[in-house]
Design a protein around this ligand. Structure first.
Ligand SMILES: NC(=O)c1ccc[n+]([C@@H]2O[C@H](COP(=O)([O-])OP(=O)(O)OC[C@H]3O[C@@H](n4cnc5c(N)ncnc54)[C@H](O)[C@@H]3O)[C@@H](O)[C@H]2O)c1
Length: 259
């Protein structure tokens, strides 16, 4: 078991905005050292979140811009985090893209490749290099967490590539849990429904649309979920208390869909 005296280190990808930013702030408030990642063009946003974290929580925090779908970026980032902050204990492979809503007949090979590259290959690379580092550290208690989606459990029309990419995260999470369990590492994913974030704003998603789409009368559908709702779940999955949960993709969707 990882000593309680060590300050654990979390790396959050896609942390410049939305769910990733909320997760980074939440893990910092939980007392972890934080490494932030997002694409190069969001370097300034990352730096300002790093400042916010330092000011609010006094945490040690670094920004590592890079593309999660590039193997050398992920390898470098994991190595730099471990050297700079002392270890890597929690990997949150959150970065993802959604792309336009298009039926299969109008979806191009390029759109398909783009979405699978970031959402599936990116998560695979983050899981792989995080686990490699955690195994090399030689101590139990590592936590690897990925971003799936409600569409990782049930297909939604006009989201073929996105749905496939999020089903892939769910399958990968199960395999990684089986393979990394022997090192005391748990691997889980979160499957949000419609969460208020730049991604859902870009897709012009409203609570009433979601409610209609699933013809469900639960009161939770009067609003979209908040990024903090997802961050709360990730906080628990990242904690030492969650050690008996692995291989799961946990829905957080206001009741949009029951597993
Ligand atoms: N918002 C929702 O309703 C919702 C629902 C289900 C699942 N999700 C998933 O949750 C995750 C976060 O979603 P969000 O709503 O915060 O999205 P968002 O678009 O607001 O933020 C995603 C972040 O990932 C970054 N990113 C994209 N490609 C990257 C790459 N190659 N390398 C590094 N960073 C990259 C983006 O720059 C962005 O800052 C995504 O994986 C998304 O698919 C979101």
């Amino acid at each position: 078991m990882l000593s309680q005296r060590l300050t654990r280190v979390a790396l959050v990808t896609g942390a410049a905005q939305g769910i990733g930013k909320a997760i980074a702030l939440r893990l910092a408030s939980d007392g972890l050292k934080i490494a932030l990642n997002d694409i190069q063009s969001k370097g300034d946003q990352l730096e300002s979140i790093a400042e916010e974290i330092k000011k609010s929580f006094g945490s040690e925090v670094y920004a590592f811009p890079g593309d999660v779908s590039e193997e050398r970026d992920v390898e470098y980032m994991v190595e730099a985090v471990s050297k700079g902050l002392g270890s890597l204990d929690v990997m949150v492979a959150n970065a993802g893209i959604s792309g336009p809503l298009t039926p299969i007949l109008a979806t191009t090979k390029e759109q398909w490749d783009d979405i699978l590259r970031v959402n599936s290959k990116g998560v695979f690379l983050c899981y792989k290099y995080a686990a490699k580092q955690m195994v090399a550290q030689g101590r139990s208690g590592g936590r690897i967490i990925g971003a799936s989606s409600v569409t990782g459990k049930q297909g939604m029309a006009h989201t073929s590539a996105y749905t496939a990419s999020k089903f892939a995260v769910r399958g990968l999470t199960q395999v990684a849990a089986l393979e990394f369990g022997q090192y005391g590492i748990t691997v889980n994913a979160y499957a949000p429904g419609a969460i208020e974030s730049p991604m859902s704003q870009a897709a012009n998603l409203s609570a009433s649309q979601v409610g209609k789409a699933v013809s469900n009368s639960l009161p939770s559908f009067s609003t979209l979920g908040k990024t903090g709702d997802v961050a709360g779940l990730v906080s628990y999955l990242a904690s030492q208390e969650s050690g008996y949960i692995t291989g799961q993709t946990i829905s957080i969707n206001g009741g949009m869909y029951f597993d």
